[in-house]
Design a protein around this ligand. Structure first.
Ligand code: MD3
Ligand code: FE
Length: 214
């Protein structure tokens, strides 16, 4: 199993800043297995469009796995133990995904990462994510680990204030980003997905973010 996550010859570690590490193409070989692990949980907790408190739908469709899941509705944003759409607990976090996230955090210098939530974002062509902070979690000393699959995008990395002009970095299939330390509360977002088709995902981008929510 461990050879699934051994670095590819083309894999590359890029330290983008303090606490921010990009592992390019790290999951390229493992991607088919990791995406296959999503299928049963997507059947139980399908993608849906969460809303802002004011009732605007987010352009990415979302679901979760893990003990807690992130939701947005008329009451705002928060983590819940149950999928509000089904009333059932969120599906368990598949061990193959969890261990890949923990290993990436460890390699980035965060030894004690123990995610209890994984938010799964589905971006159709044209979908985007505006600049925001991830601040609904209890403990900002734990990093966030992100896996990207399918169509590429430009990731927007801003500062600790919304007005700080973001830098843009490409995010591609198999890339892993680890965000922690002083960068944990940076504003960030994702540019609109351009038209295309990826052999594994089709005309979409998938992003998984592993978090310690409670
Ligand atoms: C920088 N997702 O789900 S992941 C999100 O590609 C989210 O779907 C984006 O932002 C996506 O909240 C970006 C990379 C990421 C995740 C968390 C961060 C970057 C971050 C937290 C702080 C700073
Ligand atoms: Fe975010």
């Amino acid at each position: 199993m461990s050879d699934l996550f051994s670095p590819l010859p083309c894999a590359e570690r890029v330290d983008l800043g303090v606490g921010v590490v990009l592992f390019r193409k790290r999951l390229q070989d493992a991607a088919p297995s990791l995406l296959a692990a999503l299928q049963p949980l997507l059947a139980r907790a399908p993608f849906r469009h969460m809303t802002t408190q004011r009732g605007f739908a987010l352009s990415a469709a979302m679901t979760n796995c893990g003990v807690l899941g992130w939701i947005g509705d008329h009451r705002g944003y928060r983590y819940t133990p149950h999928d509000p759409q089904s009333g059932y607990p969120w599906p368990a976090m598949p061990e193959i995904l969890r261990s890949a996230a923990i290993q990436a955090a460890d390699d980035a210098g965060f030894a004690d990462f123990s995610p209890d939530a994984c938010l799964i974002n589905h971006y159709a062509v044209g979908a985007r994510m505006g600049l925001h902070q991830d601040k609904d979690e209890a403990d900002f000393s734990q990093p966030i680990v992100s896996f990207s699959f399918g169509l590429p995008t430009l990731f927007l990395w801003g500062g600790l204030a919304r007005r700080d002009k973001p830098q843009k970095f490409p995010l591609e299939h198999g890339d892993v980003l680890v965000w922690g330390g002083p960068a944990r509360l940076c504003f960030h977002g994702v540019s609109p997905i351009k038209e295309g088709a990826h052999p594994l995902t089709g005309a979409c981008r998938l992003n998984l973010t592993f978090r310690r929510a409670a």
